[in-house]
Every structure is written in structure tokens, then in C-alpha cells.
Design a protein. Structure first.
Length: 72
């Protein structure tokens, strides 16, 4: 999996594939590739909310805790 940031490209968004991955995957210009996009989440932002007065429920706390625990 590659992690990268989107960049404004005209009226669209684009991504840049890091050079080490280009070499590893033997990619070439104009080559068609398949991309699976998943929005990165920040579990701490979800846990603490955006403002002082936001309260978190026990259910939300436990769901966020599951995200933070190492997967086995």
C-alpha cells in the first residue's frame, strides 16, 4: 500500500506515486494502473472531537479504542 496526499491539478485532484514505488513496480509513463482509494482516518481526532464542548459516548470511545489497538 502506498500513502500519499492529493494535489490540486486543474479542476481535479491528482496523486503522485513515489519514485521508489515506481521502480519497485516497474511502472512507465502512460501505463494504465488500478488504484484503490481509502480515505485516511485519524482516530485521535475522532476520539477528541473538534471543540471543547464535544462529548464522546462510551460506544464511540470503545469503537475508537478498537482502531488504536494493534491488530493480531
Amino acid at each position: 500500500m502506498i500513502t500519499c496526499k492529493t494535489k490540486k491539478w486543474g479542476n481535479s485532484l491528482g496523486i503522485i506515486i513515489p519514485n521508489d514505488q515506481v521502480k519497485l513496480l516497474h511502472l512507465e509513463e502512460e501505463q494504465e494502473v488500478m488504484v484503490e482509494i481509502t480515505k485516511a482516518i485519524n482516530p485521535l481526532k475522532e476520539l477528541f472531537g473538534f471543540g471543547k464542548n464535544n462529548k464522546i459516548t462510551r460506544k464511540e470511545f470503545l469503537e475508537t479504542r478498537k482502531l488504536l489497538e494493534p491488530r493480531m
